[in-house]
Design a protein. Structure first.
Lengths: 110, 883
């Protein structure tokens, strides 16, 4: 784990959460851990930003949640992508790629 | 919709969120235990990592759709819950704001309806009221004669149209009971001047307004509805007015009136343009300014006309620029009259009440914020943002003032109704007064502003830096409290000062009213009952018959059990219009340029009149039965003797009243009476000449047809009513009885405007006094609580009850004295405004000022009683140990 986790870029949190949920449904802590994992520890999502984001995305209809039990039999709320969430992920990924490309071009320019 | 779901299933959503966050913590703890931590450490570490659970929940809540509405609702709910928990505070605050807002809305409605709104005519700003002035004899707004009207209308250029009118009352015989209705005689041009078309039919044509034209009448909407059942085919039908049949030509729209005449019938004046009755000053004029003309230009033109008038009329008495002037003033100013000033005084008074109420509620909220110091500190520490706390303050303020405004509006609605019902005749344009949207807007504005101001007031105390201090301090407030105290003491001093000003104003007007009620009207109003009777000329053309009917009725009424005497008079004191009659007095020649001798009031009475009214004869004799067949005699009042006979006895001297023009014989003065107030209790009595009713027809060929009976009777009024009705009906069942009431009521009614003003001001002053007392009480009891410890130490060190009492009283009285000093200074400045409303008392009346200062001090002392008792009960041990 790097000593200084990077701050999440504005707008990337949604993208990361959507991405984290593509494989399987996860509870809140699971989402945090999955994001850490897929970013190789670069990003840590604190509950203070995680929960507002999860609820906002549920309101937008990208996620649905249901209560289930965790691996060690704890009651926990699980989040799952909806079809509209998958579409959102695709569009955000496309957008991100454009941005990333634009920024690397900009940085390589002399 | 998630918005609605969130709003309506708020509770379950809340619960869900709570559980979710807790689950997160539990999972995190598990994870840490698996990583090798002890369960205790794991739990602790997890909690620290998650941070404030409440903060997270709050942020989620803020994000949710509908969050703004929900947060507002939540704040309101929270505020309501808090207020319900302290009903005393909430009740006091709502009552205080309600009183302030209610009084303001009610009075603002009146001011708005009476003073601010334009009159209900098209382009009413162009309407001017034209009157004459006789500076030498002190008539300021006098009437204008027919030739003067025609000459004015012909020669002026600043007015597009000019009309003349006079108002009165007549008998309308319609339906089962005859009734007395208000009439306005107008020239046909009046409807052009006012610019209001009839709702049905036509207004008068110029032909119908000629002398000798067929009699016609226009109905008001109100009388058309009430007496004629809104008959849609009324136009063209005949109606009986004052014993004469008139054809209805039209109906005026609802609310149409002129100068508060409450006219129910409109009749054509039928003036003769060729008549030379130059002295018959009987009409007021209303003119509509031509386009582009201003009131100032109109008056400048009148000034020029006054200089030229003699050129148009070579003979006789004409208006001129010294002794017989004309003037024009905006009709609105004339209609509103001096009520405008009284209303603005009232408006000022209620604004003071509102200010006091605001100060009081601010004080209440400050004291409350004080006791909630800790609550806010804890909430801040728990992560409530500054904005969140601010929002809650504002919510509380808005909820308080909203409830207060609601209560106040109810109060205003009810108060306005009572006010108008009780003062129908003393408020001009009363029918135009409603709680209208402007008033509602004003009230809402006041409510919202006070809400926000009150809401923010406690923020003076709660800053972020204060949080730690507050928690550390706990309840033991010490030095920090001093600064806050200064604000609150300042508020209380301001409250007392405002109350002092208001109470002084009310005191002056109450003294005015008391002075007026104790004025000797010149007759004895006790156990006296009066009513009016009007004999229509059409049914009573013979004046001898008029005398027979009236004297017969007086005799019949005197036979009613309990009635000692019954007489009749033409004019009912104490509030008559001046009739200013030109007379010739033997041995009196007016000074050069003065008009001929003039007597303010002519009065015609039956023989027993002076006994029935208990008016003393101070010289000579009263009228006797023999005068009916004797020579022409008159009785004069003392004011007349002073004016024309320089105080010498006038008995035997003669006067020509020109009652029958140049053929009038000389009347011999046989007696002098004490002065009777005729021009209002607050005005000098005026000169008066009494004629004998029984002898008039024989001497001058006519008798007054409108007479007022007065009975000296012991029974109560309602016991007399059927008897009087029976007696009148026995003489002529077609005669309506006009205003049967006690003489004391007549006097009371003549003071209705002064009573209205002083009563209202007294109520407002009472409210102000109460609010100031509550404010003083509040700050003192707060002081006692705050200095609990100090008092405890003093008691422990051997201070007695007296020292403790002195401690509290000194605080209370120093506040009161400071308030009184400021208030008295303010009142001295402000009372100049009320000067013209006062009678028999100066604006800086020392008695009023002294009494008020005393009363306020007493109220302040009374406000000290409970806090003092509480201070005396302080237990030194608990006080010192506490905190």
């Amino acid at each position: 784990m790097p000593s200084q986790p990077a701050n999440l870029l504005q707008g990337t949190l949604d993208l990361l959460i959507l991405k984290a949920l593509t494989l399987e449904e996860l509870h809140g802590l699971g989402v945090s851990r999955r994001v850490e994992q897929i970013t190789r520890g670069t990003f840590q999502v604190k509950p203070g930003s995680l929960f507002p984001a999860l609820h906002r995305m549920s309101d937008a209809g990208w996620l649905v949640s249901s209560w289930g039990s965790s691996e060690n039999n704890r009651r926990a709320k699980y989040y799952r992508l909806t079809p509209s969430g998958r579409r959102q992920l695709q569009s955000e990924v496309g957008q991100w790629k454009r941005i990333a490309l634009a920024i690397s071009i900009a940085l390589e320019a002399t | 919709m998630s918005f609605l779901r969130n709003l309506f299933s708020r509770k379950s959503v809340e619960h869900d969120l709570d559980e979710e966050v807790r689950a997160y913590v539990a999972l995190l703890t598990d994870e840490k235990i698996r990583a090798g931590m002890s369960p205790e450490d794991a739990r602790r570490a997890a909690r620290i990592e998650v941070g404030g659970i409440e903060v997270i929940k709050d942020e989620v809540r803020d994000l949710r759709s509908g969050a703004v509405v929900e947060a507002a609702l939540q704040d309101v709910r929270h505020a309501l819950r808090l207020l319900r928990r302290s009903p005393g505070f909430a009740g006091l605050a709502v009552l205080t704001i309600g009183l302030g807002i209610g009084a303001n809305s009610a009075i603002f409605s009146v001011v708005n309806g009476v003073v601010r709104k334009p009159l209900a005519y098209p382009e009413s700003d162009r309407l001017m009221f034209i009157t004459s002035q006789f500076p030498n004899i002190g008539f300021d707004k006098f009437w204008i004669s027919p030739p003067e009207y025609f000459e004015f209308a012909a020669h002026n250029r600043m007015f597009s149209t000019v009309a003349a009118y006079t108002t009165g009352a007549m008998n309308l015989s319609e339906g089962d009971r005859p009734e007395r209705v208000n009439t306005a005689f107008v020239t046909a041009s009046m409807f052009d001047v006012l610019g209001v078309p009839p709702a049905r039919g036509q207004v008068f044509s110029p032909e119908q307004d000629r002398p000798g034209a067929d009699p016609v009448v226009l109905l008001s909407h109100e009388i058309w509805q009430r007496a004629f059942g809104g008959d849609p085919a009324i136009v063209g039908k005949p109606v009986m007015v004052q014993g004469r049949s008139r054809t209805v030509v039209g109906v005026m729209p609802p609310g149409f009136d002129l100068h508060d005449a409450r006219a129910q019938l409109w009749l054509p004046l039928g003036l003769d343009p060729n008549a030379q009755n130059r002295g018959s000053h009987n009409f007021y004029l209303v003119g509509r300014l031509a386009r582009e003309a201003t009131p100032a230009q109109a008056n400048a033109e009148i000034e020029t006309m006054l200089k030229q008038w003699r050129e148009w009329v070579p003979q006789g008495h004409v208006p001129n620029d010294s002794t017989h002037r004309l003037q024009a003033a905006p009709l609105r100013v004339e209609v509103v009259g001096n009520v405008g000033r009284a209303l603005w005084v009232l408006q000022g008074a209620v604004v003071l009440v509102l200010l006091i109420a605001c100060a009081n509620v601010a004080n209440l909220l400050l004291a409350r914020a004080e006791s909630r110091h800790k609550e806010f500190a804890v909430r801040t520490a728990l992560g409530a943002g500054r904005g969140r706390i601010l929002r809650q303050f504002v919510a509380e303020g808005v909820v308080l003032s909203g409830l207060g405004a609601l209560f106040g509006l109810g109060l205003a609605f009810w108060g306005l109704k009572v006010l108008l019902a009780a003062n129908q005749d003393s408020i001009p344009r009363a029918s135009e007064i409603t709680l209208d949207p402007l008033v509602l807007l004003f009230t809402t504005g006041v409510a919202v502003t006070t809400g926000i101001v009150f809401g923010l007031a406690p923020l003076l105390h709660v800053g972020h830096q204060a949080v730690t201090i507050a928690i550390k301090e706990g309840g033991a407030r010490t030095t920090a409290a001093i600064g806050r105290n200064r604000v609150r003491r300042g508020l209380v001093v301001a409250e007392i000062a405002l109350a002092v000003m208001l109470v002084i104003g009310a005191g002056l007007l109450i003294r005015t009213f008391a002075n007026l009620t104790s004025v000797d009207a010149g007759f004895d109003p006790r156990s006296r009952v009066t009513f009016g009777l009007n004999l229509p000329f059409a049914s009573y053309p013979d004046s001898q018959r008029v005398v027979q009917v009236i004297t017969q009725l007086a005799r019949d009424l005197a036979q009613v059990p309990g009635v000692e005497r019954a007489s009749a008079m033409q004019g009912l004191p104490p509030l008559r219009r001046v009739n200013a009659n030109t007379v010739a007095i033997e041995g009196y020649t007016p000074a050069q340029g003065d008009p001929p001798a003039n007597i303010d009031y002519f009065q015609t009475v039956t023989s027993g009149y002076f006994e029935t009214m208990n008016i003393p004869i101070t010289d000579g004799r009263g009228f006797e039965a023999g005068d009916a067949i004797g020579g022409p005699v008159v009785i004069v009042n003392e004011a007349l003797v002073k004016r024309f006979y320089k105080g010498e006895s006038p008995i035997g001297r003669r006067i020509n009243p020109f009652l029958a023009g140049q053929n009038t014989p000389l009347f011999t003065i046989v007696g002098v009476t004490r002065d009777v107030k005729q021009g209002g209790l607050d005005a000098p009595a005026g000169t008066e000449l009494y004629f004998n009713f029984e002898q008039l027809p024989r001497i001058v060929g006519f008798a007054p047809l409108q007479m007022n009976f007065v009975l000296q009777a012991s029974p109560r009024l309602d016991a007399l009513i059927p008897q009087v009705r029976r007696a009148v009906a026995a003489i002529d069942p077609a005669l309506p009885i006009i205003q049967l009431r006690t003489m004391e009521d007549v006097i009371g009614d003549s003071l209705v405007r002064q009573r209205f003003l002083s009563q209202l001001l007294a109520v407002f002053a009472g409210v102000a006094l109460l609010l100031a007392a509550i404010g003083t009480y509040g700050i003192l009891s707060y002081m006692v609580t705050e200095r609990n410890r100090e008092i405890g130490i003093r008691l422990a060190l051997g201070a007695g009850n007296r020292q403790v009492v002195r401690l509290v009283l000194r605080q209370g009285i120093s506040l009161a004295l400071a308030g009184i000093a400021v208030g008295v200074a303010g009142a001295l400045v402000l009372s100049r405004i009320t000067e013209s409303l006062l009678y028999g008392v100066t604006p800086s009346d020392p008695l009023t000022f002294g009494t008020v200062a005393g009363v306020i001090t007493l109220v302040a002392v009374a406000a000290c009683v409970v806090p003092t008792r509480r201070a005396m009960r302080v237990d030194p041990l608990t006080a010192i140990r506490a905190d």
